[in-house]
Design a protein around this ligand. Structure first.
Ligand code: MTE
Length: 316
C-alpha cells in the first residue's frame, strides 16, 4: 500500500513562491551572495512535477526537516548541520553536465534541457549511510540510462565516473586552509549498475527541486549502496574502460570500497553494519532504537544478480 502522495500543489501556493524567488534574485543581485546565504538555500526550492512510480515503500517517510538539515556535503563543512547553513551560497543556474569519454556522441547537457525533456518520477527509497544511520526519502528523478542513451556508450565502456563541481568561491569547504577531502568529489559505478532501473539521477525531493544541501541541481541516488556513493551537484559524467576512483575509497581503501553495497554481514573496521538508526524515530538509550540492516538495503531481489560470481565479502 502506498502511504505517500506527492503534495498537491495549488496555484495559490505556486504564485507566492515564484514571486518570493524573483524577489530573492533581485535582492541577491543587489546585495551579493551574502544575502543569498542569509536567506538560506530553502528559498530556492520550487514545486517539481513528477509521475508516481512503482518504487514505493510501506515505511514511514523521514521528515523533510530531517532530510534537509542532517546532511553530509563536505564542500560546505563536515558537520551534519553545516550544509543546510552554508549551501545557500551555491549558484545552481546556469548549470551544465559534460558527458564524455567512451561515447559516440559526447555532449554538454544543460540542466534546463534535462528538466524539460526527461520525464521525472517519484522514487521512495531507503537511504543507508555507511555511518549506520538511515532515512526514507521521496526523491524525484529519472534513470541514469536516460542520459547514457543520449551519448551512446561505446562497446569498450565498462564504468561511469561522476564528478562534483569545484567552486571554492561558493563552496566554503573547498576554500581556506583546512580541506576535509580532495576535490572534486568523485564517484563511479559499473556501467551495468548505472543502467539498472533503480539507479537514478535525482533533481528533487518531497515534491520540490533539490535543496542545495541535498546536492542541487542534480545528484546520484543508488539505493542499494551506502550513501557516500550518492555524489552531489554533478558537473561531469565520463564513460571509462577502467574502474574510476571514488573519493572515500581513495582516502581510506581499507574502510570504503568501490562497490559499497549495503551488507549487514561485512562490518566497517571500526563498527558493525548489522543494524542502523532510523533518523527521527524514537530514540532510546545508547544512541536510539536500532533496526536490522537488510542485504542490499532491502533491494536484493532487484540487484543481487548484478554480482553473481563475486565474493561480496571481498568486494565491499
Ligand atoms: N557528494 C559530495 N559532492 N560531497 C559529499 O561530501 N557526501 C556523501 C554523499 N554525496 C557527499 C556527497 C555522503 S557521505 C552521504 S551519506 C550522502 O551524500 C548524504 O546525502 P544527503 O545529505 O542528501 O542525505
Amino acid at each position: 500500500m502506498p502511504h505517500y502522495h506527492p503534495p498537491k500543489i495549488a496555484s495559490s501556493e505556486i504564485t507566492p513562491k515564484s514571486l518570493y524567488m524573483r524577489r530573492r534574485e533581485f535582492i541577491g543581485a543587489a546585495a551579493g551572495s551574502f544575502t543569498a546565504m542569509a536567506l538560506g538555500s530553502q528559498a530556492l526550492a520550487a514545486p517539481l512535477a513528477a509521475k508516481p512510480s512503482i518504487y514505493k515503500l510501506d515505511e514511514k517517510l523521514t521528515s523533510k526537516e530531517d532530510v534537509t538539515t542532517y546532511n553530509n556535503f563536505y564542500e560546505f563543512g563536515t558537520g551534519k548541520d553545516d550544509p543546510a547553513r552554508n549551501a545557500g551560497s551555491l549558484n545552481t543556474r546556469p548549470w551544465t553536465i559534460e558527458v564524455d569519454g567512451l561515447v559516440g556522441k559526447p555532449q554538454v547537457i544543460d540542466i534546463e534541457t534535462i528538466m524539460k525533456e526527461i520525464p521525472m518520477e517519484e522514487r521512495v527509497y531507503r537511504m543507508r549511510c555507511v555511518e549506520a544511520w538511515s532515512m526514507v526519502i521521496p526523491w524525484i528523478g529519472f534513470p541514469i540510462s536516460a542520459i547514457l542513451d543520449r551519448v551512446e556508450p561505446l562497446g569498450s565502456a565498462k564504468y561511469v565516473a561522476f564528478e562534483t563541481l569545484v567552486r571554492p568561491e561558493e563552496m566554503q569547504g573547498q576554500a581556506g586552509l583546512f580541506q576535509a577531502l580532495e576535490w572534486p568529489y568523485v564517484e563511479g559505478l559499473r556501467l551495468d549498475e548505472a543502467r539498472h532501473p533503480l539507479a537514478i539521477l535525482a533533481t528533487g525531493l518531497y515534491g520540490e527541486t533539490l535543496p542545495n544541501q541535498n546536492g542541487a541541481p542534480i545528484r546520484l541516488v543508488v539505493p542499494w549502496k551506502y550513501g557516500f556513493k550518492g555524489i552531489k551537484s554533478i558537473v561531469k559524467i565520463t564513460l571509462t574502460e577502467q574502474e574510476p576512483p571514488s573519493t572515500w575509497n581513495r582516502l581510506q581503501p581499507s574502510e570504503y570500497g568501490f562497490y559499497a553495497n549495503v551488507n549487514p554481514e561485512v562490518d566497517h573496521p571500526r563498527w558493525s553494519q548489522a543494524t542502523e538508526r532510523r533518523i527521527g524515530e524514537a530514540d532510546g538509550l545508547f544512541g536510539g532504537a536500532r533496526i536490522n540492516t537488510l542485504p542490499f538495503n532491502g533491494y536484493a531481489d532487484e540487484v543481487a544478480s548484478l554480482y553473481d560470481g563475486m565474493d561480496l565479502a571481498k568486494f565491499f
